[in-house]
Design a protein around this ligand. Structure first.
Ligand SMILES: [Zn+2]
Ligand SMILES: [Zn+2]
Length: 157
């Protein structure tokens, strides 16, 4: 090729060299642009450069793509750290759930004890009433006995 210093003893090597380094593979997609076929671009980058500068297409440069990738990666890191936060929140919530269960179990035990105490108090009150009644009965007996004693002491008519 003109201006190319490479030389090859084997035909297949030459063909491969020409095919990869001197054969335009990338045509300009713009209608009526001359940069097609034999006047196309050997490397895709050059076609993109041509589209960007000659046709003013809005094609991001490598640096812009790199910046976008950096942004995407940092967003991805943010998302994964948020996921980490979410997981630790989940742990906190489940441990709080466990504590709530413990407190509820304790509460249940206390409620049972209160109920037992209430039953005991009711029993005692019943017993109390029964004792009161007995006291009243005994008082009645005592009054009767005293009256009988009085009557016995008085001289009969
Ligand atoms: Zn060459
Ligand atoms: Zn073009």
């Amino acid at each position: 090729m003109l201006g190319c210093p490479a030389s090859f003893s084997r035909r297949s090597d030459l063909r491969r060299h020409v095919d990869t380094l001197h054969t335009p593979r990338f045509d300009c997609p713009v209608a009526f642009c001359a940069r097609k076929w034999a006047y196309g671009f050997i490397r895709e980058e050059r076609l993109l450069e041509h589209l960007r500068t000659y046709h003013h297409w809005d094609i991001p440069t490598k640096q812009q793509i790199k910046d976008d990738e950096t942004l995407i990666n940092s967003l991805r890191e943010n998302i994964s750290s948020l996921n980490g936060d979410k997981n630790s929140l989940g742990d906190t919530i489940s441990s709080l759930g466990g504590k709530i269960g413990e407190v509820e179990a304790e509460n249940g035990g206390l409620r049972k004890r209160i109920k037992n105490l209430e039953e005991t108090i009711e029993e005692l009150e019943t017993k109390n009433k029964w004792l009161e009644r007995r006291v009243l009965v005994l008082c009645g007996v005592v009054t009767d006995v005293m009256r009988l004693g009085d009557e016995a002491a008085q001289p009969s008519e």
